[in-house]
Ligand binder design. Structure first.
Ligand code: ZN
Ligand code: ZN
Length: 496
């Protein structure tokens, strides 16, 4: 089922995607009025993307979305040139059930290279599978990304134990790694590829792909605002006819409040709990959010705006912190200077107390008085945060503060929705502590996404991925007058 961008009627957002739709029993979105001519349903086999034999004309690119299509998670896009197939990202989706990209294993041996945008599981968690099932090419990314990928992928395998992974997958991964620098063009056969800073986490990149003059830009996850640790995404000299953009916060209401207001609420809330002698638990993704939160807390303690109490750091955050420190050259200059020119190394702040192992954790739980605990996992799906909630979650003295995205179907989302009892690791846990959320996201909001889009020269087509469908439709509505907008479907081909 090939679709070409030239077939305007197929690509008209209003006709194809803006029709009223209803939810079916299985939660899939279905059009109430069929936007396409009815044809007898083909058996699934025939609908599959065709394999390596199908010829792509010189100068053309073909996209197939194996994940992150009308959802957040399992980012995995195949980009094909005339004689080349690459995968951009190979992620998994964590939710009520774990979901993997829809690419068939038999296809993996035909892939020439994988490019990873950044080291979050929804962009790289499928790599052990890819390597265990026939892929034998290079994996391109920035040095810190590849280092972080190894740490978080091995942690993921230990916790989730997915099927179909060879025992030596993690050990073999570095043999595939090809480090590249930002702005340095490299080639995979007929495709020229360049990574540019995305501002989202350490080493995160947007991916530019060029086949002759046919240019494609993929945002990965992007942040246009500088953070405590990172410079904003690079938005100068972007030039592409086609953009594949994330849309995590692209809905009508997704304009983030000013950082000042968020921070005021965040610190006030922490202060309140600490002053009463309670403990503040901050669940966080190990890579990115945790480091930003730790630096914020440290700054506020130094300035006296929150009381000085121990900040216990548990889970993979500590390992990720060390990788950030080694790769400080990829952080913003201010931070590099602080480390190089003074004795003051914020990565080694005396306020941080790493928690190493179970005994240490028990001590933290039994520690009397106020403390802050920053720990994995961010959406309460596994990780030490579960142990803390089991022991500290029932007391009204304590507080849980969410700082990141909570996917539908995760215990984190349940708590945000007001659940007073949740199931963690199969055990029911009573929740008596206060639950609050502050927006410290590493993603662009709608205004930033629009700014990025307008900075891309020669832009004609926009594919919206990595977002909830409702938000994506709202976003498409805003863009459709100026661009050809597509909310891609899983496993379908799009030719550019
Ligand atoms: Zn990310
Ligand atoms: Zn993501």
């Amino acid at each position: 089922m090939e679709r070409k961008l030239a077939d305007t009627d197929e690509w008209d957002v209003e006709r194809t995607y803006m029709k009223p739709y209803q939810k079916t029993g299985r939660g899939e979105a279905r059009h109430r009025t069929a936007p396409r001519p009815r044809e007898p349903a083909k058996p699934r086999e025939e609908r599959r993307p065709k394999e390596a034999d199908e010829v792509i004309k010189e100068g053309k690119l073909r996209l197939t979305f194996y994940g992150a299509a009308r959802e957040v998670g399992r980012s995995c896009i195949m980009v094909e040139g005339k004689g080349t197939k690459i995968l951009i990202d190979a992620g998994i989706k964590l939710g009520e059930v774990e979901e993997h990209p829809m690419i068939e294993d038999s296809m993996l041996k035909h892939i020439d290279a994988v490019v990873i945008s950044h080291a979050h599981l929804d962009h790289c968690g499928y790599l052990p599978h890819v390597i265990s099932n026939g892929f034998n090419g290079p994996i391109y990314s920035l040095k810190p990304t590849l280092e972080l990928v190894n740490v978080i992928a091995s942690d993921y395998l230990q916790i989730s134990k997915p099927k179909g992974i060879k025992k030596d997958a993690i050990a073999k991964m570095p043999k595939h790694y090809k480090m590249v620098e930002y702005h340095e063009e490299f080639r995979v056969k007929d495709l020229a590829i360049k990574l540019v800073p995305a501002g989202h986490i350490l080493g995160s990149a947007m991916v530019e792909i060029r086949e002759g003059d046919n240019r494609l830009l993929y945002t990965g996850d992007i942040n246009l605002k500088g953070t405590k640790l990172l410079d904003p995404a690079y938005t100068e000299y972007l030039n592409a006819a086609t953009l594949i953009t994330e849309s995590t916060y692209s809905g009508k209401g997704d304009i983030f409040p000013s950082e000042k207001i968020v921070m005021a609420g965040f610190t006030e809330s922490i202060k309140e709990t600490l002053n009463k002698g309670g403990k503040v638990i901050i669940p966080s993704f190990a890579v990115g959010r945790a480091q930003e939160v730790l630096f914020l807390l440290d700054d506020h303690m130094r300035s006296g705006s929150i009381p000085k109490v121990p900040i216990f750091v548990d889970g993979m955050i500590n390992k990720a912190m060390r990788i950030y420190r080694h790769n400080v050259i990829y952080c913003k200059q201010e931070l590099q200077k602080r480390i190089l020119m003074s004795e003051d190394d914020p990565f080694k702040s005396p306020n941080f107390h790493p928690v190493e192992g179970r005994d240490d954790r028990q001590k933290v739980i039994k520690t009397e008085g106020a403390a802050i605990i920053v720990t994995t996992s961010g959406m309460l799906k596994g990780g030490p945060v579960i142990r803390y909630l089991e022991k500290l979650g029932d007391s009204y003295m304590n507080k849980l503060i969410m700082v990141g995205y909570q996917a539908e179907g995760t215990p984190g989302r349940e708590l945000l929705n007001g659940a007073k009892e949740i199931s963690l690791d199969g055990k029911k846990v009573k929740i008596g502590l206060k639950v609050e959320a502050y927006h410290l996201s590493g993603h662009a909001d709608k205004a930033q996404l629009l700014r990025l889009i307008s900075s891309v020269k020669g832009l004609k087509n926009i594919f919206i991925v990595h977002g909830d469908e409702t938000k994506q439709k709202e976003f498409a509505e805003e863009l459709k007058n100026k661009y050809k907008v597509v909310l891609p479907l899983l496993k379908e081909h799009y030719e550019l």
